[in-house]
Design a binder for this molecule. Sequence first.
Ligand SMILES: [Cu+2]
Length: 118
Amino acid sequence: MGKKMKWKLLILFLSLGIFSQSIFAVGSSENDSYSLVVINGYKFIPQVITIKRGQKIRWVNREKRQYHNVWFETSGEEEPEDYLFSGDTYQREFNKTGAFPYRCGPHPEMTGMVHVVD
Ligand SMILES: [Cu+2]
């Protein structure tokens, strides 16, 4: 394989990588990209999400009327006092690897899981 061919392949793979990332991340700019978890029907969707360390997740409440919150209770955090009402969002950056279960404070049956990997 010639040198030029190798460069072409490298550029192809790089652009494929950028393209595939953009399918899963939404946001206005590269620095403000996040993965989205939708809250609807008393569920976190997707319930289990895997992101890379340093990436963000944004939760958005798509219920018509019901409020919820996002509480990392087993991480030892206090329950957030601010509820997410219809259309509200909550965003958080994850800088440690691991498995982080969370729940909705008012609705203990609503659970979710964030996996953060390197
Ligand atoms: Cu809830």
